[in-house]
Design a protein. Structure first.
Length: 239
């Protein structure tokens, strides 16, 4: 008698930031090629590169509409990309000191939000089947004990994310997907012993390391797919 193991169906969540980044690299190569052939001047088009940040933010918002998490990271990418795009097109200059008071407004609003409902939401997060984590010049620690874990959206920009999934589980016949984006940042994940990690993240001047041990029971396959982009940062996954 022979037994066969089937791979769980992949969770399709639409295009990711890796697709947008890949398209940006393709467009960059085309522009430099045409510039070398003296057909165009690449500098006239390179000023529009922040549109890629806007596209990444729109993708995150799109996933947030479907999954319910990732709003903050998407809005930050849209805001920064739009500001840089307008600055390059309209040639206006804004002193960064003039915008610093807005950080106080944002921080104060965040404290008010946490005071009204953030703490209660944080206590329920351990059982969420999906969540998002955003670390910008700081650190974020999240964990999940959900027995039907489906995925997460992790963003680290000059910061770090620590994710603990050792008490979580994936439903049989399904596949969890974690989308990552690290820029000058790091992401550390801990997963259970019976999970099989499939690394599909693309490092650019960064590192991605899978330190997990292969599960012994192949009959109960639980797959975790990690995909995304790591730019001058690091991602480590271990048991």
């Amino acid at each position: 008698m022979t037994t066969s193991t089937t791979t769980p169906p992949s969770v399709r969540r639409g295009p990711t930031a890796q697709v947008v980044f890949g398209l940006m690299i393709v467009v960059l190569g085309i522009l430099f090629t045409l510039d070398n052939l003296d057909l165009i001047h690449a500098g006239d088009y390179l000023r529009y590169w922040p549109a890629g940040l806007v596209a990444i933010g729109l993708l995150k918002v799109y996933h947030a509409v479907r999954d319910g998490h990732g709003w903050v990271g998407g809005l930050i990418f849209i805001g920064v990309g739009t500001w840089m795009l307008l600055n390059g097109i309209l040639y206006f200059t804004v002193n960064i000191r003039e915008l610093l008071p807005l950080t106080l407004v944002a921080f104060g609003g965040y404290l008010v939000w946490r005071g009204f409902g953030g703490q209660r939401r944080e206590r329920r997060s351990d059982g969420d089947s999906s969540f998002s984590a955003l670390a910008i010049m700081g650190g974020v620690a999240r964990r999940s004990s959900s027995q039907t874990f489906t995925g997460a959206d992790l963003t680290a920009v000059m910061g770090g994310c620590e994710i603990d999934l050792r008490q979580a589980s994936i439903s049989p016949g399904t596949e969890a997907v974690i989308d990552i984006f690290a820029f000058w940042g790091g992401i550390d994940m801990k997963v259970p012993e019976d999970w099989t990690v499939v690394m599909r993240a693309m490092p650019l001047m960064g590192g991605v390391e899978d330190k997990t041990r292969a599960p012994q029971a192949s009959s109960a396959l639980k797959r975790l797919v990690v995909r995304g982009i790591v730019v001058m940062g690091g991602v480590a996954i271990k048991n």
